[in-house]
Write a protein that binds this ligand. Structure first.
Ligand code: CDP
Ligand code: CDP
Length: 217
């Protein structure tokens, strides 16, 4: 019997990967995993332990990660976000998280979003999507998503700050030696600058359906 499909959703920060991956998982009745949470949880545990994520090894904490660590409510703070990107450079940390990600989709398939799902974690994924948008668009999305106001004197300055941090993190993610952010050769790219989340979902469902139909799932 054919195993259940694996769908990889990769791309830079705040492109809308999670929003899309979650909806895709619902649409196709597949389990969903936000792999960024794994790196955020390791980064958070390092900060808790007073370890500097830029220099100390997070390998042991990564190996000891529990489901409860992923349920923490402090994984999307700016310090946890920075820590995640720093621990994500460590090949030993990445290696410790490979098994969690592969076994997640082993039985029932899944939709996973991250940076290296289509390149490293599931190079044979059934469908690979690469979701992107300009830094400005992504900064506006993250600003709004985290409660930034739609009007007011500080809006422009605040969005610029978010944009600067996103660009810096994308650069670190794309230039690191271990599993750098890049589009897989066989991924389908969706440029989302002028699309609503609903429009991205419609386009992605069309792509997934055509691939799965061709593979006779
Ligand atoms: O939601 P956002 O795109 O801002 O970040 P995230 O997906 O939660 O990922 C946080 C950080 O974890 C990224 O900046 C990467 O450094 C790292 N990450 C990774 O290296 N590989 C993944 N598969 C997922 C996240
Ligand atoms: O996972 P990633 O960091 O790539 O992005 P996200 O957490 O899904 O955040 C994207 C934010 O932009 C959410 O608030 C979405 O509602 C919004 N958005 C989107 O996801 N896609 C669009 N085409 C437009 C807006």
């Amino acid at each position: 019997t054919k195993s259940m499909p694996v769908i990889a959703v990769d791309g830079p920060a705040a492109a809308g990967k999670g929003t899309l991956a979650k909806s895709l998982a619902e649409a196709f009745s597949l389990p969903y995993l936000d792999t960024g949470l794994l790196y955020r949880a390791v980064g958070r545990r390092m900060l808790d332990a007073g370890l500097d994520p830029a220099t100390a090894s997070g390998e042991e904490l990564a190996m000891a990660l529990s489901p409860d660590d992923l349920k923490r409510t402090d994984l999307r703070t700016p310090d946890a976000t920075r820590a995640a990107s720093l621990v994500a450079r460590d090949q030993a940390v990445r290696q410790a998280l490979v098994h969690i990600q592969r076994s997640f989709a082993a039985e029932r398939g899944g939709v996973l979003d991250g940076r290296d799902i289509g390149t490293v974690i599931f190079p044979d994924a059934d469908v690979k999507l690469y979701i992107t948008a300009s830094p400005r668009t992504r900064a506006e999305r993250r600003y709004t998503q985290t409660g930034g106001s739609e009007t007011g004197p500080d809006r422009e300055t605040d969005i610029s700050k978010v944009e600067t941090a996103l660009i810096e993190r994308d650069k670190a993610d794309a230039t690191r030696a271990a599993a750098p952010l890049r589009m897989a050769d066989d991924a389908v790219k969706i440029e989302t600058d002028t699309l609503t989340a609903e429009q991205v979902l419609t386009e992605a469902i069309r792509i997934v359906k055509s691939v799965l139909d061709a593979k006779a799932f």
